[in-house]
Design a protein around this ligand. Structure first.
Ligand SMILES: Cc1cc2nc3c(=O)[nH]c(=O)nc-3n(C[C@H](O)[C@H](O)[C@H](O)COP(=O)(O)O)c2cc1C
Length: 441
């Protein structure tokens, strides 16, 4: 690395999953077919050229409840989504170093199936697989669960599931794999551990029908932001996807919480890479950035309607037919609506008196990177922010967007050379897989 800044890890987050992401944006009308691998393979190669550690793909297996499905699919904001685990092999095939981290939900896979499939992919990819473990409970009914687990219980199940995978992954004991051509012995079956798991959520026998890893298990990522979510990360994760205000106090506090959770479970703070999620809008000049920010403060009704459509999908509640100039009707939202999504809509404004227009306008409003009011700025201004995060001890950032080569280029063309010159972005991979790259600095 050249330059004197602290190097950072970079991930790309395909935040709306493996679906028609970015659908309807005129600038994405490049005739890519989202159901075919080519679009993602092209983008993955660009990310590898840029020196990114990994691509992480969001997922939610469910389209939600029957009453609100139309809100999710009408503008393709909340679905459809294909399974990112099955996209991963195509991305590995198209690249040599890039890590790929599909999102998985423990509710959807029995541990033996999961351990076997992920082990197979870890071997096939040359140790480049990661798993983003999420605990969304809304999809329980698709997997035969009579009733969804509670928030914390879903994390408990995820911990049992991950421990079960690890039991299976280590079921081939030391020396079990012999591969001695001279004696004709491939493996020593007496060194395989039987594995007999009888837990609260899962019961199965091993050992796993697959050979041990040469360079470690797949990397585990987690995004949970609650106390229980942070504890899960401390105990289990190699990467924590962090969402928090990017000022020194908040960044340091977030990191301290994860580190404390790790130490509590007998791990080292340095075992976990904490990566803050950011969606930058990189433009060519400060003047262009100022223009964009100024324009965003007075959005047209068309812009507000598009935001209302997206909010309707996330909140599973139709906002599109409401009067923009009236407050939100009382008792509009059902009880199961995500409190986090609701807070994003209403901020700290008084819901009883604030017109919907004001909430949507606040969402439309962009801010400048240079004064830390938002994420619109030049490559140099964004590099300043990442460098500053590094000074506060940060490990990396997760850039968030769709995965069209168009978006990747818009974001990275000017940014990558700036980051490289400052020594913030890697120039080479270890060649030993995702885990090794994450621990190279
Ligand atoms: C960067 C990031 C990525 C996420 N990706 C997913 C995802 O792919 N699937 C999902 O169901 N939830 C995803 N989430 C939501 C989290 O799983 C979690 O529900 C949320 O952060 C709230 O935390 P809590 O569940 O600990 O309360 C993501 C969150 C963040 C910040």
């Amino acid at each position: 690395m050249s330059g004197s800044a602290r190097p950072q890890h970079f991930g790309w987050f395909l935040a709306r999953g493996f679906g028609p992401h970015g659908w309807g944006h005129p600038y994405l009308d490049w005739d890519y077919d989202w159901t075919r691998p080519d679009l993602y393979q092209q983008s993955a190669r660009e990310l590898e050229q840029a020196g990114f550690d990994f691509l992480l793909i969001e997922d939610a297996p469910s389209l939600g409840s029957a009453e609100t499905i139309d809100l999710r699919v009408r503008h393709a904001f909340g679905g459809p989504k294909h399974d990112p685990l099955l996209l991963a092999p195509y991305l590995f095939q198209a690249t040599r170093h890039l890590g790929v981290i599909p999102t998985v939900n423990p509710a959807a896979y029995l541990p033996y199936t999961a351990a076997r499939q992920f082990a197979t992919l870890q071997h096939l990819s040359g140790d480049r697989l990661g798993l983003n473990v999420v605990t969304d409970t809304g999809s329980a009914r698709h997997f035969g669960d009579a009733a969804p687990l509670g928030h914390d219980a879903a994390y408990d199940r995820a911990e049992e599931w991950l421990a079960a995978l690890r039991e299976l992954w280590s079921s081939w004991g030391e020396g079990a794999l012999v591969r001695d051509v001279a004696s004709g012995v491939y493996a020593d079956g007496t060194r395989l551990h039987a594995v007999r798991h009888r837990g609260e959520h899962f019961a199965f026998d091993g050992p796993l029908n697959g050979v041990p890893f040469e360079r470690g298990e797949p990397v585990i990522a987690s995004p949970g932001g609650s106390g229980r979510g942070l504890a899960f990360a401390g105990a289990n994760s190699d990467i924590q996807l962090a969402l928090a205000p990017l000022n020194e106090k908040s960044v340091r506090e977030y990191r301290a919480k994860i580190h404390a959770a790790a130490v509590e479970r007998g791990r080292q703070p340095s075992d976990i890479r904490i990566m803050f999620a950011i969606q930058p809008v990189i433009v060519s000049s400060p003047e262009e950035a100022d223009r964009l920010v100024a324009a965003s403060a007075s959005p047209t009704d068309d812009v507000l309607r598009t935001i209302a459509q997206r909010q309707s999908s996330d909140l599973e509640t139709d906002l599109t037919s409401l009067d923009l100039d009236a407050p939100l009707p009382a008792e509009l939202f059902a009880e199961n609506v995500s409190q986090g999504s609701l807070r994003r809509l209403t901020g700290d404004r008084d819901v009883a008196t604030t017109p919907l227009r004001a909430h949507l306008t606040a969402l439309a409003k962009l801010g400048r990177i240079s004064d830390r009011t938002g994420f619109v700025g030049t490559a140099d201004e964004f590099a300043d922010l990442i460098e500053e995060l590094g000074e506060w001890g940060n490990d990396g950032v997760l850039l968030w967007g769709d995965l069209h080569p168009v978006t990747v280029h818009r974001t990275l063309d000017e940014l990558v050379p700036v980051l490289r010159r400052r020594g913030i972005l890697r120039r080479e991979y270890t060649g030993a897989g995702l885990r090794a790259d994450l621990h190279a600095f």
